[in-house]
Design a protein around this ligand. Structure first.
Ligand code: ATP
Length: 271
């Protein structure tokens, strides 16, 4: 098992963050909308499912996967959509969305209303681990998604999700630890954490929290025959994350090139 195929797709999304140029064939464009606890990300794909443009914004309009600031979420999705339309010279009207596993009907509806309110028809809605696996393409193993607010875990057998769990530990906790350590604001700690130049210092300070995340994963996979773990979600961008999880769990752990972009891309592919 490796993540080479995923890496190629993700590289194309990375390029689409800054690519300029209008679209000559505006037909059949689709958008993946990832509403996260820390980031809202929109990825546009062309009819061949190639990434054309990506926009994102830090936003705290969701908590535990649920929209807590409907108007705020709506404004951000609308603004990101307009930026993409401006960049590409097109109108975007079709989107896919994804929900954390086990979301209830009313949260699914709220997600849908946010995207519809921003002017897009929701053509598909799926769960986040399944979206991530559209990129990873694994048959057996665990996908561990560590975002802003949560550590999510899904075990796949023969390509189907057979177990899911969510725990309230994520990148926000790492930023809070850093803010305490450096006596700075949360916002400054968040920026410091994401800067690759600081990653070695960051990992030294937050290693105990990463170990805790690894132990959460270990506890959940006990009793399941998991031979490979795949990391996704922005928090796992930190260097050595895979080594810490592998040590805590004793299970071979893989990390794709830019784990932050896996789920947003998978949502777009599903549209
Ligand atoms: P959740 O999955 O909990 O709903 P989310 O979808 O917003 O949240 P992601 O977008 O996957 O989560 O990841 C956001 C988190 O990843 C934030 O805590 C952010 O600080 C962190 N993050 C993003 N990029 C990096 C980076 N390069 N280095 C370290 N941390 C990063």
């Amino acid at each position: 098992c490796n993540t080479e195929h995923a890496d190629v797709l993700i590289e194309a999304v990375e390029e689409s963050l800054t690519r300029t140029g209008k679209v000559t064939n505006p037909e059949e464009l689709v958008v993946g909308v990832d509403l996260g606890t820390a980031y809202i990300v929109l990825v546009v794909l062309d009819r061949d499912r190639q990434p054309l443009a990506t926009e994102m914004q830090f936003a705290q309009v969701l908590k535990d996967g649920l929209v807590v600031d409907y108007v705020g979420a709506l404004h951000i999705v609308r603004k990101l959509k307009e930026k993409l339309e401006e960049r590409l010279g097109v109108t975007l009207d079709k989107a896919a969305i994804a929900m954390p596993s086990n979301s209830d009907e009313s949260s699914c509806k709220t997600h849908r209303y946010v995207v519809e309110g921003a002017g897009m028809e929701v053509v598909n809605m799926l769960d986040e681990p399944t979206a991530a696996n559209r990129v990873l393409g694994i048959q057996n193993g665990a996908v561990v998604d560590i975002g802003g607010g949560t550590t999510g875990l899904s075990i796949f057998r023969d390509g189907e999700v057979i177990y899911t769990a969510d725990e309230a530990t994520g990148g926000t906790h790492l930023s809070l630890v850093l803010a305490g350590n450096y006596k700075t604001s949360f916002e400054e700690a968040e920026e410091f954490k994401k800067n690759p130049a600081n990653h070695r210092d960051v990992v030294t300070i937050v290693r105990p929290v990463i170990e805790k995340m690894g132990s959460i994963v270990r506890d959940h996979i006990q009793g399941y025959d998991v031979e490979d773990i795949y990391l996704v979600g922005g928090t796992t961008c930190l260097p050595d994350f895979e080594a810490v999880v592998e040590k805590q769990t004793g299970v071979r752990t893989h990390k794709p090139k830019n784990p932050f972009l896996v789920t947003p891309l998978g949502i777009a592919i599903s549209a």
